[in-house]
Design a binder for this molecule. Structure first.
Ligand code: CMC
Length: 430
């Protein structure tokens, strides 16, 4: 039987070290004892973009990228998408277990009662330019919420964390919808607490002059399933931002603003928009072979394909593909769907994509659905930020309560100048 250790021989000194392996991982700090000389700082690991470094132990989300598996708290995403709701899934993420009926009812009531925002926040939002990007408004406004809820600074008080969690899950759709209405010059539509979480969101987005907005039940459920699929995805860029900024013990509104800002980036929350632009650019099915040729020549990327973690069909992509048909029955067919389907068919039969394990990811079909439901492209990352709030909060609380965590503070390899003398400005050469 082998031992759960790693033996390292430092060829600079000839010394050998035995380092424990736990959970398939060595501790980077165990490398520090490896020194070339007495005054040497000790060995460090260099891992730009943390592609092979675990930054935490987590019990929230499990992904097996090779097998295409995604589970929240052990429950397969397929079962949650089919049988759960977004708010039940949010409860599961933040509390760790599926709720009993009474717990779920209390949670839903709490979220529903917190959907309103302070009138001064509305005035604050009025200050944005008429054409402001709704994601920029969301970043700024959710950060500003910290000035309205000063009790949020008590991050080690479980009751304060519970209330801020309800407020954030409840208010993100309100701010998002107000941001959208502001960007199109429409008056804000207030929350309707008779409606479901997604039904109310659709109300705040699309209500016109009718006294009572009635969401289409198919679209309401489709959006709810999309929210379930986007609720968490372990240590991605925005979650790392949430944990990193939260590790400075800032209030959760400021940390969520940082996470939302990370999600604003086109490499993270913006890929589904890029898919739509790509499909519109291709224009028709006949142009696909030429487009694929350019992708294979390295001139372009097939947007919505490939993933850092999934080297198989993204399980979220499969579920979204099924939702698409139900949505198009209500909205009418999307002209982009035929192009997407043919693109997928050709790519999945082509050795370039097969050998590189490039499969459709979550973004390949989600944008087509959002567009068919009437969302403008600018709103796509916002539709990602709303459901991801539950995941961010679950990860934030786990980080705060983890005794091994400290303020995030990576090391660097310094390659700049050695020490040099300051020269006054009139002594410097032009
Ligand atoms: N189209 C064409 N070729 C690709 C693509 C693509 N979409 N993705 C990867 N490749 C090729 C790449 O050129 C490379 O080929 P080679 O080995 O010949 O140089 C190989 O596949 C490996 O690519 P990589 O860039 O090392 O892979 P990565 O893990 O760093 O990148 C990715 C992952 C998602 C950034 C990338 O696949 C990509 O740019 N996809 C398109 C954008 C996209 O759909 N992003 C949404 C990701 S899902 C949302 C989320 O979960 O946050």
């Amino acid at each position: 039987m082998g031992r759960d250790t790693l033996t390292i021989t430092d060829n600079r000194t000839g010394k050998t070290y035995e380092i424990p392996i736990e959970h398939g991982t060595i501790r980077a700090m165990d490398l520090r004892q490896i020194k070339a000389a007495q005054d040497d700082f000790g060995l460090m690991a260099y891992d730009p973009a943390f592609t092979n470094t675990a930054s935490c132990k987590s019990r929230i989300t499990f992904i097996d990228g090779d097998k295409g598996i995604l589970r929240y708290r052990g429950y397969p995403i397929e079962q949650l998408a089919e049988r759960s709701t977004y708010l039940e899934t949010a409860y599961l993420l933040v509390k760790g277990e599926l709720p009993k009926l009474s717990n779920l009812n209390a949670f839903v009531t709490n979220i529903t009662l917190h959907t309103m925002i302070h009138e001064n926040i509305k005035k604050f939002m009025d200050g944005f330019r008429y054409d402001a990007h709704p994601m920029g408004i969301l970043v700024g406004t959710v950060g500003a919420l910290s000035t309205f809820y000063t009790d949020a600074k008590r991050i080690f008080d479980p009751e304060s964390r519970r209330v801020q969690t309800h407020r954030l899950i409840a208010k993100m759709p309100t701010i998002a919808a107000f941001a959208y209405r502001h960007s199109i010059g429409m008056p804000y539509a207030y929350p309707d607490n008779d409606l479901s979480y997604t039904g109310n969101f659709l109300n705040m987005l699309f209500k016109k002059t009718e006294l009572k907005y009635k969401p289409n039940p198919v679209l309401e459920r489709a959006l709810d399933v999309l929210f379930v699929l986007h609720a968490d995805h372990e240590q991605n860029c925005s979650t790392s931002a949430m944990r990193g900024v939260g590790s400075a013990h800032v209030d959760p509104y400021s940390a969520i603003a940082a996470a939302t800002a990370a999600l604003y980036g086109p490499l993270h929350g913006g890929a589904n928009e890029a898919v739509i632009r790509m499909l519109m650019g291709i224009g028709s099915v006949e142009h696909i072979p030429a487009y694929i040729r350019r992708v294979k020549a390295g001139e372009l990327r097939l947007m919505g394909f490939g993933h850092r973690i999934y080297k198989n069909y993204d399980p979220r992509g499969k579920i979204i593909r099924q939702i698409a048909d139900a949505v198009f029955e209500v909205t009418g067919p999307s002209p982009l769907l035929a192009i997407a389907l043919e693109l997928e068919r050709i790519a999945l039969a082509d050795d370039y994509f097969v050998s590189r394990k490039l499969y459709p990811n979550v973004d390949f079909y989600s944008g087509i659905i959002y567009q068919a439901m009437g969302f403008p492209l600018d709103m796509f990352p916002v539709l990602f930020a709303i459901p991801r709030t539950a995941g961010w909060l679950a990860q934030w609380a786990e980080m705060l309560l983890d005794e091994e965590q400290k303020i995030a503070r990576p090391r660097q390899i310094y390659l700049g100048s050695d020490v040099r003398e300051y020269a006054p400005i009139d002594h410097r050469e032009e």
